[in-house]
Design a protein around this ligand. Sequence first.
Ligand SMILES: [Zn+2]
Length: 534
Amino acid sequence: MLHKFSFLLKVLLFVFVIQITAIQAQQKYSKRQIQKLKTAAIDMAQSHHKKTQVMIDKVFSFAELGHQEYETSKYLTGILESAGFEIEYGISGIPTAWMAKWKFGEGPVIALGSDVDGIPKASQYPGVAYHKPMVEGAPGHGEGHNSGLPVIITSAMVIQELMKENNLGGTLVVWPGIAEEQLAAKAWFVKDGYFDDVDMCIFTHVSSNMAVSWGDATGTGLISVEYMFEGVSAHSGSSPWRGKSALDAAELMNVGWNYKREHLHPLNRSHSIFTDAGDQPNVVPSKASIWYFLRDITSEGILDMYNDANNIAKGAALMTDTKVTSRILGAASPRHFNKVIAETMYENIKIVGLPEWSEKDQALAIAVQKEVNSKITTGLSTELAELGKPRKEPKSGGSDDIGEVSWKCPTVTLRFPSNMPGLQGHHWSNSITMATPIAHKGGTAGAKVVAATVIEFLTQPSLLAEAKDYFENVQKKNGKYVQLIPDDAPPPIHLNKAIQDEFRADLEKFYYDETKYDSYLEQLNINYPTLKLP
Ligand SMILES: [Zn+2]
């Protein structure tokens, strides 16, 4: 009897849940209601400004390189966990990677992500307009990746509140771009199925304006590959004839590729560093290795370059009677962004606009631009960028492994204004604004746009259907995803360990303590802005 009763109860509960779900699914929002929710989202993101500032400053102070983002991940997941997100740690075999999920009823699964890693030798005091490293030779946020997840987390908190208040169903997935500078995580996330059930993705990246684009992005995709040569060591002075130099092989590979370079298409780009060049001159190097980034605007082109590099490596090994092996360290498909999400987002960019810069902000920006001999010396952006549309002629440039995700679900990247125009990138000068009011205000503006845009997709299933239609019937009809990493390639989690270990103790002394100081500038005792050498 009791059994029967509990069965009945289960059936009743089931019917009840189905009905609730149906009501949620059927609920239609008028333009006015959506407008009201968006306004609330924008106001709430502004009211979270303090939290955004603390997160931006804190991650800046950790200054961690790709695959070494331990403090950063611990700190950010802590915040998400307190907000009720369920977190899967160490995804894809990457210790610093994670995926945070918060499900509220039925509705679309919306992924929100941004990168978190820094740049080697970019340590720099924020708010100071000339080169002044905090820790000489240490990593720093010379790309501004300290600001992206704070923007995302702020907007996620806002959306979460609005979903609860208004019974808006859906799932938020917050995730970090680990080791973006090495293009060495997103391809693994995608390969391992972490985006299989995601309906759309909004990614953010620091910039000098607020912008979004659709279609093929400016820039390239790439394959990152390291060639390891192995020879025979010998006394370089007494019996050099008995040695087979692995370094000779790596150098010959470099020479071979540099001849190849003359015949590359202008849209191709390639660069390399030696990762092992022997130990000391009197020992013939038995081991040497060279690491390449091979970039093109199509996946087919990237694979062609990879094939050529493999042949050159074999040739170099043959010339020196050494052995060669290689390993893929990263990959990024060329990016393609969603038209429907970009157009929806751009309307919100126009509503939010650029932050109001103070005279101090502008004075800092102009001083830095002059310091690095930039062609632009007019300070921070004061006019919004246009909506980015596909170029008639493709343009080469950098890569971003968000390209991997962009072929898995409808995706855009919001660029938000936390830095200044006219810098060269991957440089200490790119760190200067990244823990100042410029980064904080730009971050809040970005969070407003993300929150307002997500509200539109949560309230209008037809808009998400349009985004998916573009993804399936325009993007995938004209292009195709190629998995550039082999199925069995492990993620290169060894990268940057030695560098981070060398500096971690020194960097720890500079970690931001938000319980004692209102801002990181205050903790560092910086007079904002400091324009000239004392
Ligand atoms: Zn970046």
